[in-house]
Design a protein around this ligand. Structure first.
Ligand SMILES: [Zn+2]
Length: 473
């Protein structure tokens, strides 16, 4: 490959909502430089509207770049932009400007989209862009979202300005804050606050009760504000604690990366349960029933589905059976006491129930695969507009996300009930399984018995009474 000369123009943008302008430009530059290396392009000048420290004295303006192109004695083969939608209004609005640029350079490359000015679709694309077709731009963002994802997400690093509660940054990875990982005492304190929030929620307190007790016990949030409903909700819903990253790309697209460069802190079971509770709480009309106060991870013995509570009934939506609300809390206290006194004996048939869960796992997997296939087939569907297609894609992606999360939950439940030792879990998950927050116990209710007391089984996590004694304190 013959070496070509190139210049680039990086533009300040809110590419990631959580990035600063400098980070955003740095990110663009990294991608542009990677592209140049791969394509044997020697970069001879750089422009940015944020400005580079030291070496580059050019005024960070597009006009400055144009002046350079007009006056340069060296032939420039390639002008690199990070992206079409980062091209800037100034250029998009002005097709004559683009034409002029094409007099000076052999081609223009948009790194992110992989589009070049000598490609067939470019002129059409550019004409459409210059026509200020807003809809088209949004659509374009969506179309390119997957490509962009793979690039942004190749790093899988957390980009936010604030380290999430309970974490510290260690060599670009988010890890739990402890004396081993940080000297920042506020970060270490954050772990305590985090545990407080999750366990209090698990014990059935609503958002305002949690906020109140945080204000009483721990003072202000990281941003120096009093705790409120939204700050507590934000933490309880943040998938970062499952090792995932979420955020916004551009104006319309949001992303969700699983298995990011983030240590998992919260047991997916606790997380799933809390999401479920928040959904119910979000619908308003808090009910002062036993279960609203004391919600627990409660499963149907027959099918393994999580029970939901409506009014004073515990219901399995799958088996369409329900029972009156039972005071699970009392069972919990009684059984816990037995464990502490050494008299705990479980009569629960684990193997049967594990089989039930395996069936559930199978159907989850099937749903996941079907949805995946539907997404792939979407490309071949004819006779629907791009808008409709991207709408469908959006819905299917949500379905896929849900299915994959449900898969995780069922898998975790199977692990929980199989009494897998920590070393077992470490070998299956291949990463540290030292979660900060674990689901302490699991209730399984037999709904098949009519008239009479429904059997409630409780299974404790095998580590609860070893490592988490503060839990019952
Ligand atoms: Zn059921």
């Amino acid at each position: 490959m013959v070496e070509q000369t190139g210049i680039y123009y990086a533009r300040k943008s809110l590419f990631l909502a959580t990035m600063t302008a400098e980070e955003s430009v740095k990110y663009q530059v990294v991608e542009i430089e990677r592209y140049s290396t791969q394509n044997n392009i020697k970069l001879v000048n750089k422009f940015s509207d944020v400005g580079f420290s030291g070496s580059n004295t050019n005024r960070p303006e597009l006009q400055e770049m144009l002046r350079y192109l007009r006056t340069s004695t060296q032939r420039i083969n390639v002008l690199l932009f990070y992206s079409i939608d980062r091209l800037g209004r100034d250029l998009v609005d002005n097709i004559t400007l683009m034409k002029e640029i094409l007099n000076y350079v052999d081609k223009v490359v948009f790194v992110r989209e992989g589009t070049t000015s000598d490609s067939a679709g470019f002129k059409i694309l550019f004409t459409l862009l210059t026509a200020q077709a807003q809809d088209f731009r949004i659509q374009l963002t969506r179309t390119f979202a997957s490509g962009r994802r793979s690039k942004v997400f190749a790093f899988k690093n957390y980009h936010g300005r604030w380290t999430p509660l309970g974490y510290t940054k260690l060599r670009k990875k988010l890890v739990s804050a402890s004396q081993l990982t940080t000297e920042n005492r506020a970060e270490i304190q954050g772990v305590k606050v985090l545990k407080h929030i999750f366990y209090q929620s698990l014990m059935g307190d609503n958002l305002s009760q949690i906020a109140k007790s945080l204000n009483e016990n721990y003072g202000l949030t990281k941003r120096g504000k009093a705790w409120g409903l939204s700050s507590v909700r934000w933490i309880l819903k943040n998938p970062v604690y499952l090792g995932a990253l979420r955020g916004t790309l551009g104006e319309s697209e949001s992303y969700y990366i699983e298995e990011a460069n983030v240590e998992k802190l919260v047991d997916p079971l606790i997380f799933a349960l809390i999401q479920h509770r928040l959904k119910i709480e979000g619908k308003g009309r808090p009910r002062k029933s036993v279960l609203t106060r004391n919600p627990h991870f409660t499963l149907c013995l027959d099918c393994g589905m999580m029970l939901t509570q409506k009014k004073n009934k515990l219901t399995c939506l799958n088996c369409k059976r329900s029972v009156d609300v039972i005071d699970l809390y009392e069972v919990l206290i009684n059984e816990s006491l037995k464990v502490i006194e050494g008299n705990y004996e479980s009569y629960f048939d684990k193997n049967d129930f594990i089989d039930t869960l395996r069936l559930q796992h199978k159907s989850c997997l099937l749903l996941y695969k079907q949805t995946h296939a539907q997404i792939e087939q979407l490309d071949f569907i004819k006779g629907i507009s791009r808008n409709e297609k991207s709408e469908m894609l959006h819905k299917l992606n949500i379905k896929l996300d849900n299915a994959s999360r449900e898969l995780v939950v069922v898998r975790e439940l199977i692990d929980f009930i199989s009494d897998k030792s920590v070393s077992d879990l470490m070998s299956t998950h291949k990463v540290g399984y030292d979660l900060l927050l674990k689901l302490p116990y699991l209730f399984i209710v037999d709904l098949s018995i009519k008239n009479g007391t429904n059997q409630i089984y409780i299974i404790f996590h095998q580590e609860v009474f070893i490592n988490e004694n503060e839990l019952l304190g």
